[in-house]
Ligand binder design. Sequence first.
Ligand SMILES: Cc1ncc(COP(=O)(O)O)c(C=O)c1O
Length: 365
Amino acid sequence: MATGITRRSVLSGMMAGVTSLSLSPNIYSRVGPLDHIVRLSSNENPYGPSKKALLAASQASSMGAYYPSKITMELIESIAKKNNLNTSQVTLSSGSNEVLSAAVVAWGKRGKILSPEFTYDLHLGYAERTGTQVIRLPLDSEMSIDLDAFEDAIDDNVSMIYLCNPNNPTGKTIDGDVLRNFCRRVGRKVTVLVDEAYNELTENPKYSSMADLIKDDENIIITRTFSKLYGMAGMRIGYAMGRPDLIKKVRNHVMAWPNIVGLAAANATYEENDFIEYSLNRINEGRKIVNEVFRNNGIEPLPSETNFVCADIGRQVSEFEPKLREMNVQVHRAYPLYPRHLRVSMGKIEDLERFSDVFTDIYQA
Ligand SMILES: Cc1ncc(COP(=O)(O)O)c(C=O)c1O
């Protein structure tokens, strides 16, 4: 299956016809971690993109002179079909951060956005800088999203609730039926934006996804990405699903559209079940390793159904993380709100083995 070396050789093979163009020899060091760096900081999936995705991307890049046309609709159709929707219920963007930003900016014009205090928030920062008011609500004592607090906080000035399920950086998942009932109830007053970037990695993606509510015309928008399960973070393909009127509003606020290379790769890999299974197996294997590293050091990690694990290591991450970095192991930097919580992303298995050794040495020193 795809490994860094194989991917390079696949690409070299594909480029064989244009070798006279002499490519920059250090291209890999400019688009990913250097060989000696273990990068476990950005929730990427180094087992992607699949070979099929790479081949499609390479072919599409030869048509780079042209704007995307039919290929955009092909991906929309595939996503709609897989989720039992029609094409007016899906829109694409350059990474899901873009549809998230479009949604919070659009709804921010009409009122405040409620969000968990400890969550993915690049799009929320963007909305704030463009004039939207964002209210952040604390997690509960178990570090779960406190849905009751959200319900209590709704008033006439709130237009949208943003929820990330599973949540980043905790990795915790809200129970599917609990969230379904919540969305149905509060959807009468405000739109619920559910970020499902990690949904496909959960034990039961169908149960934990809110996609089935779209058929009932509920007041929700769901976002997903090709950056995680499909290992295509650098190819920037994301999408939103929802009622046609809501999706139209999101689409009208999107500024960064997908590119043909990412679209071709996404089309090629979307239903690639062998690769999906392989990717999931590697991520689950990696998560076991990281959970074990923590437990062997007397640390209980938060339960994660994602490609990252978060744990209270009982020490200041602002002091601990630089020591890992000195040993060429990169994890997420300290979170000001939870200064003892360390988040580790799944890398390749050999990277996680290196993390295991380095973490244990430093922790036990
Ligand atoms: C919860 C969540 N949502 C959205 C994104 C954005 O992903 P992308 O823009 O690559 O689709 C990320 C990225 O890490 C994330 O963690």
